[in-house]
Design a protein around this ligand. Structure first.
Ligand code: FES
Ligand SMILES: [Fe+2]
Length: 419
């Protein structure tokens, strides 16, 4: 690896191999990721169920940017920069709240739920009608579909129509917007965000680590994983036929042309109607589904979400990068709107598989991140059989950072020479 005192450590990226340590630990690379990935493209911010009622707000901070989402009285979601138009104070802390207005804590300037300016105390005659109309919070591009809310901190967001169409086609019948939150689990994971994404993009580790997940899920048939067998192929063919008969889309749409999303319907093992411990449903069927025989929908959006939509519940995982060594994770569970806890569902049953699986993953990610920091770390070869999607993620990441020919060309990240 080349090192230069002026340029800092070089990144020696080898296609098909794990990334070098600096990719996970160098603050300059992390800053570049915030700018070129997290502040440029679409991010999964929340589920619609987290903003179910007018007046519900949700605030989310990613690096230097922070967005306030609000369900307005019209039913739409408004998204605004969480920066007061007086002297810039953050208006609301991260998390959810309910109210009729957004009030800055510093000098109590107030904004309506759509972000427009509502009033400010003790401003004398400084605020003309014209000025008041200009003092609304700066909008953030937002898109809500299929029960999911995406934001983009860039004022010129990339197209999202293809993700909208593919995900809506798969999830529309589930009416994920008509679900209710059963619980949200918040984690602080001592690992770089890419360690979590890499972990999500392969099931190489599933069999040794995820007994609960493997009850209902095949470890075969994952994208970028060529393991299969005749019995699995027969299951896929049979189930796809049944899904088609119900008018459900069966074809995977997986990061088309390097786009940021994937949606796929996967079969569950015989005897499993959902991702539960028992195989039985853990809540009422969602939306307009007439049968639980619908497999399990997987949505992945890079850089920060994976969402499972089962016949009876939704599990949504949102990553928030905090620094190069820390990632916050929110895992949200949802069941059909109106379902009664203790009668129609038990929270523990809804959560069982994905709380266990998530916490197993965070432990693996923390161990991996710690190992990558060691002087003894050397990137190893990725499996051409099971880790094709990790390679694809590396290509996506490198492309976003302007590294066009990974392992071949030299470019610059911040002050870092990348070769
Ligand atoms: S900075 Fe918000 S009211 Fe003064
Ligand atoms: Fe895992």
């Amino acid at each position: 690896m080349m090192t230069s005192p002026e340029q800092g450590p070089a990144l020696n990226i080898r296609p098909g191999w794990a990334l070098p340590s600096a990719a996970y630990h160098d603050p300059a690379i992390y800053r570049k990721e915030l700018t070129d990935i997290f502040h440029s493209g679409w991010l999964f911010a929340a589920t619609s169920a987290q903003l179910a009622n007018p007046g519900d707000t949700l605030t989310w901070t990613v690096g230097s940017e922070s967005v306030v989402l609000a369900r307005t009285t019209s039913g739409a979601v408004a998204a605004m920069h969480n920066t007061c138009r007086h002297r810039g104070c953050r208006i609301t802390p991260d998390g959810t709240a309910q109210g009729r207005a957004l009030v800055c804590p510093y000098h109590n300037w107030a904004y309506r739920l759509d972000g427009s300016f509502a009033g400010a105390p003790h401003m004398g005659d400084a605020l003309t009608a014209e000025l008041r109309s200009e003092l609304g919070l700066v909008p953030v591009p937002v898109s809500e579909f299929a029960g999911l809310i995406f934001v983009c901190f860039s004022q010129s967001p990339p197209p999202i129509e293809r993700a909208h169409d593919a995900i809506t086609a798969h999830v529309g019948r589930y009416r994920a917007q008509a679900t209710q939150i059963t619980s949200v689990h918040h984690y602080e994971v001592d690992a770089n965000w890419k360690v979590l994404v890499e972990n999500n993009r392969e099931c190489y580790h599933c069999s040794p680590n995820h007994p609960e997940f493997c009850l209902s899920n095949y470890e075969l048939g994952m994208p970028g994983d060529s393991r299969t067998n005749q019995r699995y192929q027969e299951v896929v063919t049979r189930q796809r036929h049944r899904w088609s008969e119900q008018g459900l889309p069966v074809d995977d749409v997986s990061f088309p042309d390097g786009d940021f999303f994937r949606v796929a319907r996967l079969p569950l093992k015989d005897g499993y109607l959902t991702e539960s411990m028992s195989g039985q449903l853990v809540g009422p069927l969602l939306g307009d589904l007439a049968s639980p025989d619908v497999g399990s929908i997987r949505i992945v959006t890079l850089p920060n979400s994976w969402i499972h939509v089962n016949a009876d519940y939704v599990m949504a995982t949102r990553l928030t990068p905090i620094d190069e060594n820390t990632t916050h994770v929110d895992v949200t569970f949802q069941v059909r709107d109106g379902a009664r806890a203790g009668i129609d569902y038990e929270i523990g049953d809804v959560e069982a598989v994905w709380v266990a699986t998530s916490e197993q993953d965070w432990a693996l990610c923390e161990k991996t991140h710690a190992g990558i920091r060691s002087a003894g770390y050397r990137p190893g070869p990725l499996s051409p059989v099971t880790e094709g999607s990790v390679v694809d993620f590396h290509i996506w990441w490198a492309h976003r950072l302007g590294i066009d020919a990974v392992g071949q060309s030299a470019t610059t990240i911040g002050n870092e020479a990348v070769s």
